[in-house]
Design a protein around this ligand. Sequence first.
Ligand SMILES: *Cc1c(COP(=O)(O)O)cnc(C)c1O
Length: 428
Amino acid sequence: MLEAKETLYKEIGIRREVLEFGHTIEHNLKECFDYIDQIAEYNQLKVIHAMQKNRVSEACFNYASGYGYDDLGRDKLEQVYADIFHTESALVRPQIACGTHALAIALSANLRPGDELLSPAGKPYDTLEEVIGIRPSNGSLAEYGVTYSQVDLLEDGTFDYENIKKAINKKTKLVTIQRSKGYQTRPSFSVQQIGELIAFVKEMNPNIICMVDNCYGEFVETIEPSDVGADMVVGSLIKNPGGGLAPIGGYIAGRQDLIDNCGYRLTSPGLGKEVGASLGVMRSFYQGLFLAPTVVAGALKGAIFAANIYEKLGYFVIPNSTESRHDIIQAVEFGIPEGVIAFCKGIQAAAPVDSYVTPEPWPMPGYDSDVIMAAGAFVQGSSIELSADGPIKPPYAVYFQGGLTWPHAKLGILMSLEYLVRDGIVNL
Ligand SMILES: *Cc1c(COP(=O)(O)O)cnc(C)c1O
């Protein structure tokens, strides 16, 4: 068996030295992977328990069209999400186009003219700048008279409580906290850290709504931000909770009144959650959610494997090889453009889809440098599937995430190393 496996790695294009180096690294990660499996086991039970409690049945997968009144599969799935996140309610819909849309709904549904939005954890995700109006944009919250204030993190990446206290005023209605660092260099926050921040805000004013951008964080830990006081948690179904099967969608889970408002914003005042047919995607939503805990575990193993490989080779990796993980994103700094390019070519070459395509750096709207992207995904843009991208500018870092299975994540990273060796950038 082992021999057959090695032969196949060779046929796929991984040289013996790369494979051996990878296996030495993997061997030392047994305990760490064990821990990840324990978390996955817990979260798997949590998901199954919620599905059983809500008596999920075959009828939930039926096709619903038109207005979607009494769409059984949709309504039950929302209850399953609410139970997993331990919230009163949830909105889980294919009509939510992506994570940004889910966040925009949660914000615009619960803020009114004259209210202030506060980000106590520094700059939010790029796409939210236009939602909020940090960068002028048609239809932004700013256009509707919602003001915004921001408190940056301290130099060590922790919350600046003193200035957060100063920033909270009578107008402060909603606080937004982003769990994952996204494509910034700050650390991602643990659920516990987020809980401490929420407790601080609530102590100043218990009426302030605390929302968490949960993108890339779901099922990485055994608790979610809603377990530590968040009034709303928000995410994308083509990331963690869709388990790679959801072809579209987003979710918002939280307090009943807030989620009702989100329903009114998504569809229409008066109609709310009552309409919005699920159009046959329910089976993939349920099955994806069912798979999500182990899919996230595979992606996490891939991120840790890569951190250990590239740290051992002398590169700066964020998070580092031993840090605890709060999302599935891994960054590696190569210091030279050729490193970023070779890495992305390797990830692409290891994909099940479009493996024969060669990614090249390209100008992208919204970026001030060329960007190279590698993805061979079943769902377009899905970043729970193994994908990588890097802007071609200093410090020449590549960001990557995902992998629906650990063996695929492993192959992708071995292939990235193979390309770096092939191009003479790394010597083993
Ligand atoms: C991906 C992401 C978003 C936006 O999601 P899209 O689906 O790309 O619109 C927002 N916040 C964070 C932290 C993300 O990772």
